[in-house]
Design a protein around this ligand. Sequence first.
Ligand SMILES: [Zn+2]
Length: 415
Amino acid sequence: MPNTIINKVTNRIDSYRQDVIDMQRQITAIPALSPVNGGLGESKKAAKIQEILKSLNHDSIKNIIAPDERLENNGRPNIIFRWKGKSSEKTIWIMAHMDIVPPGDLADWDTDPYTVIEKDGKLYGRGTEDNQQAIISAILAIKGLQDEGLLPAYDVALAFVADEETGSEYGIKHIIKEFPNMFTSNDLIYIPDAGDPDGVLIEVAEKSILWIKTTIKGRPTHGSTPECGANAHKAGAHLIVKMDELYQIFDKNDPLYNPPISTFEPTQKEINVLNVNTIPGQDIFYFDCRILPDYSIDTIKDQIRIWANEIEVKFGVKITFSYPQEETAPPATPADTPAANALKLAIKEVMNKEARTIGIGGGTVAAVFRHNGLPAVCWCTLDDTLHAPNEYSVIANAINDAKVFAHIFMQENDE
Ligand SMILES: [Zn+2]
């Protein structure tokens, strides 16, 4: 693609600073919280976003409603926007979510979370970074081409979805279930919902997640007469030390991931006794394990059970395990998938930076695509203030990401 054309588009997008501010103001003012978080869903916010989308040239704007019996209104909206390119051989998708997490304690905020305040090139407000920056950069990428009278090489589509923060059942999972052919493995699928301040990390893979709740039942007794009881806490402590050997047994190293190894960490510890001179009859602790996809979760569970059996005999206790979260990692998106390659080229030409593919600790919405054989990649430029008080979005990041997406839309465009 001739440089002059891409320069025209990126220069044009540079002039959209006020559009970023206006859109952030308008949509931040409409909270979109899931019923689980005490909210009324995304309908009002979706209506506003749809109004903005209608101002763009488009071939269709469709609203897929996922029925949610907890809500009196129409359920949970998912907007699909389509704009045809020169070829319909594949579709370039950008997916972003409309829902937000609650602001938390308002005392921790310097400003009202639903009133956008601009300061030092940053826009403060709940949802500005997660995930409105993505919604806005996607819209402005399209606007950039349209204002220059250009068509994308391939069809461009936006999926602005509900319910990402609380499980995606009413969002992307609903869409893929109801419309299994909407996305194809030939499409380029971008999810601008994970990133770094330099905008050079492209997430293509994740680890499996296993949370382990360990309950040890012993027999309580006075602190001075351990022989009359069974110390559940002591047995638990021995088991925790044993479980640290998971690092040696499952020790595969894969430089794609950061950190490159599986991790097995003791985290939460429930209160056992309230006084020093009682030997605890029960002890409960948790592990958070992030496991390279090379290992099956069941092998880990089997290994822990072997150690638990030994400890049960040695300390006269009973050990049970439950798993509050268990998520087998989908197959990774190949690092050289066309979506990642197009993105690397765009980052190189727009930002003059070398991007690289990475794997992360797990639990991203991209897993929903990957489990369905769809090669999704996560990327955007983020300061990672999401879910925290005083969340903000850097205006330049929204502009920058819009240019990168515009570049991807223009690639293989030979005019
Ligand atoms: Zn998000």
